[in-house]
Design a protein around this ligand. Structure first.
Ligand code: SAH
Length: 468
């Protein structure tokens, strides 16, 4: 295949960046702005060794799954990849992605998956689900102040105050900030020159409590007319926290370390299920609270707790899953690499009066083997929720040695999930249940929860796995 060649093909899949994928001349062709099922003509714009990129030239026959995007900037904006695809089709796509990876990478039998895969948990309303928004502030070509989102793969800002994934309150807040900047001639930060004051406006919203936090990220220590700005913002119902975040680094990391409280309290509160969380400007917190509750509900159900079990929660973050499990377990141990996250976990455990949790800072692949070798730790159930790259083999091998009755694997990347499940199923575990949850409608991401059970429970002290 050559550059500028015209091809005709059908779109069969979507890449992790949201590009449609078709095949021509035995090569994969990636084409932006297409949907699975589209029949298109495309012009080849870039040729690599094993794949190519094409530009959509003509939509010969539109896919039946096409729909009109809700957002007027859906095409340019880097936030959503699937808005042009009907929501039910998005769910089918995600479920298939999990299934195909389990077959292709995990080596699982399609027949088995037909039996054990439960239907994906989608959203009733797949918009306005995010409890956190971070709007970069900038200027357009004419020098007017703008706020919105970065265009796909770039740092140029698309002006949009009402992202369809965010809450309605975002727009009003942004417009108050922009109006204040215009009135007092406050400059927007420029990434190239490193000059200008206002960088980002971050807004957090507690879905259950309706509490709002505004965090103004500033290349400096002060905002001119701070008092007036605060006064205007406090008129918004639910405002609980207004903070200034100092970020003077020339970096694309959004938040700096230093926080100054401008008004109210330094955190907002929200609930997942019955568990209450304090959320600070720098805290990690799941962005889709409605689906998070369902995801953790699946994990809890799969854990099959009766109230007495010892549970390890690896990659526990701020302990959200740990606390969910602690409601029904004898004891929960959490392990997480980020020290601040563990501080949050401890604080939230105390806030909810849990006395059956303990948290360790460190790498799962170091903490778990060490505790196992030294303290001979034990687990009835192990829950893991690793980052995209999945688990290091050391973690998997130690889990096998610990021989818990059940392993619940929560995954944000079904390719590494499939790889890790293959390992565990080769070492005495059996895949029992699989269920995907759509945590990020309009994006290509999918979360999956799997239940593995020990084929030979209570083999901890036998020689079945060849480890003893
Ligand atoms: N279970 C949590 C967070 C899961 S995200 C929740 O649902 O909120 C994955 C977490 O793993 C992140 O908090 C990340 O900081 C942590 N992490 C990444 N690598 C790790 C490692 N090697 N050992 C322990 N934790 C790690």
């Amino acid at each position: 295949m050559k550059k500028d060649e015209m091809i005709r093909m059908k779109i069969e899949d979507i890449s992790s960046e949201g590009l449609g994928i078709g095949h021509a001349d035995g090569m994969a062709v990636f084409v932006k702005d297409t949907v699975i099922g589209d029949e298109i003509t495309a012009k080849i714009i870039k040729v690599k060794k094993t794949y190519t990129y094409g530009r959509l030239m003509d939509l010969v026959q539109a896919s039946l799954d096409r729909t009109e995007p809700v957002c007027r900037v859906a095409r340019q904006c880097g936030g959503c990849q699937l808005q042009a695809m009907d929501y039910q089709a998005q769910l089918r796509f995600k479920e298939n992605k999990v299934r195909n990876n389990l077959i292709r990478i995990g080596g699982f039998d399609p027949e088995l998956l037909n039996r054990i895969m439960e239907p994906i948990i989608g959203m009733e309303d797949p918009f306005r689900y995010r409890n956190k928004a971070q709007f970069p502030i900038g200027t357009d070509r004419e020098g007017n102040l703008i706020a919105g989102f970065y265009a796909g793969r770039t740092h140029s800002i698309i002006d949009n105050h009402d992202c369809a994934l965010g809450v309605k309150e975002n727009k009003e807040i942004l417009e108050i900030v922009l109006e204040h900047m215009r009135r007092l001639g406050i400059s927007a930060y420029n990434e190239t020159t490193g000059k200008g004051l206002m960088r980002h406006v971050m807004i957090r919203y507690g879905f259950r409590t309706k509490q709002i936090m505004v965090c103004l990220v500033v290349n400096g220590r002060k905002i001119p007319g701070e008092k007036e700005l605060v006064q205007a913002l406090t008129a918004i119902p639910g405002m609980m926290s207004i903070v200034l975040n100092v970020n003077r680094e020339n970096t694309n990391v959004i938040l700096g370390r230093e926080i100054r409280l401008l008004w109210g309290q330094e955190y907002i509160e929200d609930y997942i299920g019955e568990v209450k969380y304090q959320i600070s400007p720098l805290s990690f917190y799941q962005v889709n609270p409605v689906q998070t509750e369902k995801l953790y509900g699946t994990a809890l159900e799969y854990a099959g707790l009766t109230g007495s079990e010892t549970v390890w929660d690896l990659y526990c973050g701020i302990g959200t899953i740990s606390l969910f499990l602690a409601q029904r377990a004898g004891k929960v141990y959490g392990v997480e690499i980020v020290p601040e996250a563990i501080e949050d976990a401890k604080r939230n455990a105390a806030l909810n009066h849990f006395t059956n949790t303990e948290f360790y800072v460190g790498k799962a692949e170091e903490v778990l083997p060490e505790k196992y070798e030294k303290d001979n730790i034990f687990a009835d159930v192990i829950v893991i929720d690793p980052p995209r790259k999945g688990c290091e083999e050391k973690v998997l091998a130690t889990m096998v040695k610990m021989a818990p009755r059940r392993i619940v694997y929560v995954s944000c990347d079904c390719a590494t999930l499939a790889r890790d499940l293959k390992y565990l199923c080769g070492q005495g575990y059996e895949l029992k249940r699989v269920r995907a949850t759509d945590m990020f409608p309009m994006s290509v991401h999918v979360e999956t929860v799997c239940l593995l059970s020990n084929r030979k429970p209570d083999t901890k002290f036998s020689s079945n796995f060849g480890y003893f």
